[in-house]
Design a protein around this ligand. Structure first.
Ligand code: ATP
Ligand code: MG
Length: 393
């Protein structure tokens, strides 16, 4: 066999899924195949809670491909690895070369061997002993630390080949996208909703997105910002379909006919209703928002309850108990923060009342809605909705 550098990915929670295991694994490999396709052609094989991604000759940038692997939900760890013959002489000869940089950088190390092929003539402890000795004599600055080493040298002897790799990097975790159904996120250009979308995608939901735009109060670049934000989320979730809803007429009707202190809550209720219709048309089972308790006037317990009352679908609010700092931490990690803080106007900020109700009474809210031609305004907004596909970027 030729030696070849490959990527190994460790399955996470799907190991717990019993009979569904196979379909989870198929989904993960499908997602992985899609995400890696832009780097060239690949072969995949799955065994012992590990997926092996074997690059074709047209794959040039294995590092970039490995980075992309770190964003596929369902895998808890990944690393590049050298795939080689199951031959102790070969393993002895190549390990030091393959991991040379990491071995030089480390002060302490250990060897961890796994032998899935029990016919291999060395046991795992024998492989560890042997390779520990080989590496110590070649890199005399190293010492062995079995508890907390800088570098773990992994030697895995599997059915068809042996794999040599260093420290495993942390994967994206979660469940494979699409394994838990589909939900529609209400996406603004803010910090919170992209994080909310990412968190639910992490739990296996396929994401559909709904954005409300109010031209000419909101600009094209504000919408472009939403495209860019979803492009970052799509690095993890795969492509996302975005529905852009024209919201101007409804907002103007609210502004012209309803009490000012109810603007925000009314807007939120109409957003939810329209999003629910779009969600139903696209087989989504839930709505997702970036709200958390007490963050702004429209996110008091009472306002949230009043918002929920407008729809019958479950509303997922993954940020509900989080502090802003915690949300920002995630947004930095998933690379949406710098985009989110670009200062483009959102439709919510255009018609913000000076003194929004923090304790809206449903009765008055409903009375205000009766002043509007709600049905016509909503169906016109839905009819004017544009749908586009956002790919990872
Ligand atoms: P974000 O950072 O996500 O904008 P926020 O803390 O600024 O959230 P609001 O502006 O009150 O809070 O919005 C609350 C939620 O309503 C958002 O997280 C998002 O899910 C939804 N939302 C707000 N504006 C829009 C919009 N223009 N289009 C779609 N959804 C929106
Ligand atoms: Mg906002």
């Amino acid at each position: 066999m030729d030696m070849k550098e490959v990527i190994l990915l460790k399955n996470g929670e799907i190991a717990l899924k019993g009979l569904n295991r196979r379909s989870f694994e198929d989904k993960m490999i499908k997602n992985l195949r899609y995400r890696l396709s832009r780097f060239g052609s690949w072969q995949f094989s799955a065994a012992q809670s590990t997926v092996t991604a074997i690059p074709g000759d047209d794959v040039a940038d294995l590092d970039a491909a490995a980075d992309a692997c770190g964003k596929v939900f369902g895998f808890v760890g990944y690393s590049k690895a050298l795939m080689t013959d199951k031959d102790m002489d070969v393993i002895r000869a190549v390990t030091g070369d393959y991991l040379e940089d990491a071995l030089r950088a480390a002060k302490t190390f250990k060897v961890c061997a796994r032998r899935a092929d029990k016919k291999f003539p060395f046991t795992s402890p024998e492989i560890c002993m042997e390779m520990g000795g080989v590496l110590l004599s070649r890199f005399p600055h190293l010492s062995v630390d079995v508890h907390n080493p800088d570098l773990t040298v992994n030697i895995e002897v599997r059915d068809r080949a042996a794999f040599i790799h260093g420290n495993q990097l942390k994967g994206a975790g979660g469940l494979p996208t699409g394994s838990a159904g589909k939900a529609a996120v209400l996406i603004s250009g803010g910090i919170d909703s992209p994080v909310a979308a990412w968190m639910m995608a992490k739990r296996g939901l396929e994401i559909e997105a709904v954005h409300f735009a109010s031209p000419p109060y909101t600009s094209e670049r504000a919408e472009k910002k939403v495209h860019d934000l979803l492009g970052r989320v799509a690095q993890y979730s795969g492509r996302i379909r975005l529905h852009v809803v024209p919201f101007t007429e409804l907002q103007e009707a609210i502004r012209d006919n309803c009490p000012e202190e109810l603007f925000t809550i009314l807007m939120r209720r109409y957003m939810m209703r329209i999003a629910q219709t779009i969600a139903e048309q696209n087989d989504c089972g839930a709505l997702i928002t970036g709200e958390s308790v007490g963050q702004v006037a429209s996110q008091t317990l009472y306002a949230l309850a009043c918002t929920d009352e407008a729809v019958s679908m479950p509303v997922f609010r993954p940020l509900i108990g989080m502090d802003k700092n915690e949300v920002i931490e995630i947004s930095r990690r998933i690379d949406t923060f710098e985009l989110s803080i670009l200062p483009y106007e959102d439709c919510c900020t255009v018609f913000t009342p000076k003194h929004p109700r923090t304790h809206p009474k449903l009765y008055y809210v409903q009375q205000a809605e009766n002043l509007l031609e709600s049905e016509r305004l909503c169906s016109e907004a839905i009819a004017g909705t544009r749908t586009l596909t956002i790919r990872a970027h």
